[in-house]
Write a protein that binds this ligand. Sequence first.
Ligand code: GLN
Length: 489
Amino acid sequence: MTFPATTVEIAQVVASGERSAQEVVRECLDRIEATDGALSAFLSCDRDRALSCARNIDAGRAKGDKLGPLAGVPVAVKDNICTTFGVTTCGSRILDPFHSRYDAHVIERLEGAGAIIVGKTNLDEFAMGSSTEHGASGSTHNPWDPARVAGGSSGGSAAAVAARMVPAALGTDTGGSVRQPAAFCGVVGLKPTYGRVSRYGLVAFGSSLDQIGPIASDVRDVALLLNVIAGHDARDSTSVDAPVPDYVAKLSQPLDGVRIGVSDRYFGEGLDGQVRDAVWAAIDLMHREGAEIVPIDLPHMKYAVACYYIIAPAEASSNLARFDGVHYGFRTGEPKDIIDLYVSTRGQAFGPEVKRRIMLGTYVLSSGYYDAYYLKALKVRTLIKRDFDRAFESVDVIASPVTPTTAFRLGEKTDDPLAMYLEDIYTISANLAGICAISLPCGLDRQGLPIGLQLTGPAFGEERLLSVAHQYQLRTDYHTKRPPATAAA
Ligand code: GLN
């Protein structure tokens, strides 16, 4: 077997001794070197460190040590997740340079399981965006068509998996940033329930919405990664102390009798006809395989985008206050006084989208507007959450599109923030409600671009969610399709 292979396959061949971790990692690094020039999925790679970690795995194996479930598996990590090695940029000039003094919880978990972190991936600045065009280091290109965006903000992680540079990656999802790029790049991405995965060491954007999630080429891999990264961590007070089931072991639960909710709200104006047809074909297939299709209503979903674009910027404006030229990274030259130091540093180093969010957030939190906007948005958020609570009384999962269209062209929406924000119309409500949702490939459009199916589950319903997604994949081959340029590799 040669790389690229799935996470599960790589872990198996390393565990059996058929391949050494060093061989696997070297092949992966060579592939990144050969492929990434055209895609810009990675912001940094540390070849020497990756190979030395791989050497340790091989040495441990030779001594007879028990190997972790991801031993020898190369993994890429979005660059808003702190690592003690290399730099953490968040795609922003303001952090340049920033060397974290601690590893994020998920990094400890991945490395504890034997995974080899090969590099940090590109993103929209501070994860604000839907296209990975808003980062300080430029745009990531979609492996299916390099003239198109990879989606965002975890576009680097999704493109790296789609181009088979790595079998697995981590992204972060505040309003859709794991699921939307996964859909655009034809891979699988999971946003876990809020509190399922510790945010310790994730640079905060919208703290009540952010979750770290796995991206891989099939559901089994995503389940395996979730097994490793899920669980309680006292350093994140919102991380929940609930048992972590073995998600891989539970994938075989049958589709028969699963109740799948479908709401018109996901199929309204603005949805591309080809996306709609592919998602309905997926729903029909699951129905034929024994799932029950149940109409549901989510009456407040229509407010989700407006509600999110108040709450997320409000939290961002507060979280980003710490980047002031004193504590971190970049500092303006020769400021007149301390106020000038703050103003000039932030004025020079934040990009336009981040500034827009800080201004929006400051506005909705300011006295006189707080009640009219922020407080109102919090109330609407509760109504959206209640809609889902009610829906999940009669269904196990909800099926919908991930995005209204397939991947759009680079530059197409950069001058139109509202058009960019509408990209998140189907993904945002899961973050507002704190529930789990997965994006998986369910077709290709006439231009050969991937289409995503979203399945949404109740809080801590990952077990069922993943099994339904896996059962769908057992009956289809969309997840095995590869971008034309990488298919032969
Ligand atoms: N596109 C959304 C935004 O710009 C979501 C981003 C995310 O999930 N990190 O805020």
